[in-house]
Design a protein around this ligand. Structure first.
Ligand code: FES
Ligand SMILES: [Fe+2]
Length: 373
């Protein structure tokens, strides 16, 4: 089929602005994990051009605010996680869990604020979670996160159950439009050409054109399951798994989920999850925030402890190499798109998740362009 997203939509700054005001404004955007906010931490994150701050309230519920001081507009914190309560770097106004300014140096100068601090609360956005996964919606009206995620809600809750810590994290810019980077993650067709030194060298996955199974039932989100190679799996279950012990959710395959518009989650066998968020920083620039999350194990032998440390270290090296390979090829795609005229040609089967993404994207642009706020 022909691609539905036009080359202009991958390179035009005005179109990116339109995406901010339509797709990203009305969808639920992944912003971080609850475990990153433990012990009173807060998190700064850019959501499609809007600076947002996330923290947990007294009940442990995530809350999202505009990351702009009520006094004279300083950005309250940089991107990433920070210890302690929110305190403005400019004149040190201190905000509580509800975003209310509760500590003001020289308060006699601000009698109105001291008398009614609630009126100077940070602007709050809708914020909900599915297990560990926290999402923010910038528009005031819309469906609940659970309705938006549909079947992915249960997947995220189930995946979250045994999550214990982030074992590898990075933020890195890719010189390509966010949709180029997402599409790259949705197909394995490029693997022999782009990953001949990485993916093509690893064991564990069943080979063959029809091994992966696409799940395209939902109009926005999609996923794939790719069975482990039976011989490899039998050996893993006999030799490695007993050492590692028991983890919450074991499955005998690799899986990759796209939660529209810009969150991917991958896992092989469920002992670790890679969570990647693709921030549309500029028309030709995507900031990827990648987290690899480790699980809690029970009945793990001392040898198993060493084994999982090694597995996570190998996975870090592997992820870094694969990311660099994909980043390089995405840049060449963007260079092509910058002077492209014709629509893309999308393959049947092997690229059906790319086609699904084009459908999801164009229908979401159309639906949200009609919306008022
Ligand atoms: S701008 Fe934040 S305290 Fe002044
Ligand atoms: Fe790739």
């Amino acid at each position: 089929m022909q691609g539905l997203i036009t080359p202009t939509q991958y390179r035009c700054a005005d179109h990116l602005k339109k995406e901010y005001d339509t797709v990203f404004r009305h969808c639920w955007n992944f912003v971080g994990l609850k475990l990153e906010l433990a012990n009173g931490k807060h998190l700064g994150v850019l959501v499609a051009g809007t600076e947002v701050i996330i923290q947990l309230d007294k009940n442990g519920n995530p809350r999202a605010y505009r990351n702009v001081c009520s006094h004279r507009h300083a950005k309250l914190c940089e991107h990433g996680s920070h210890d302690g309560p929110v305190r403005c770097p400019y004149h040190s106004w201190l905000y509580n869990e509800d975003g209310v300014p509760v500590g003001i140096p020289q308060p006699q100068a601000f009698p109105d604020v001291v008398a009614n601090p609630e009126a100077y609360k940070l602007e709050e956005f809708s914020c909900e979670s599915a297990g560990q996964f926290i999402f923010v919606r910038l528009s005031k009206e819309g469906s609940s996160l659970k309705v938006y995620l549909n079947g992915e809600y249960d997947f995220l809750c189930k995946a979250s159950q045994g999550m214990s810590h982030i074992h590898h994290e990075f933020r890195s810019d890719v010189d390509a439009n966010w949709k180029v980077v997402i599409e790259n993650s949705l197909e394995g067709y490029h693997v022999p050409a782009v990953h001949n030194k990485t993916f093509m060298k690893v064991d564990g996955m069943q080979r063959g054109y029809d091994a992966p199974v696409d799940h395209l039932e939902h109009p926005l989100h999609s996923s794939i399951t790719h069975p482990a190679e039976p011989g490899w799996l039998a050996s893993f279950e006999k030799r490695t798994a007993p050492k590692l012990g028991v983890w919450d959710w074991y499955f005998p395959h690799y899986t990759h989920h796209l939660i529209f518009p810009n969150l991917t989650i991958t896992s092989f066998l469920g002992y670790s999850y890679h969570i990647q968020r693709f921030e549309p920083t500029a028309a030709g620039l995507t900031t990827v925030h990648s987290r690899a999350v480790g699980m809690r194990f029970e009945q793990q032998s001392p040898l198993g402890e060493k084994t999982i440390v090694q597995i996570y270290a190998d996975s870090k090296a592997f992820t870094d190499s694969v990311f660099a390979e994909d980043g390089t090829v995405c840049k060449t795609v963007q260079q092509g798109l910058n002077s492209a005229v014709n629509p893309a040609v999308i393959g049947l089967g092997i690229e059906s998740r790319v086609a699904h993404f084009h459908q999801a994207y164009t229908s979401m642009i159309a639906a949200t362009s009609e919306m008022k706020e």
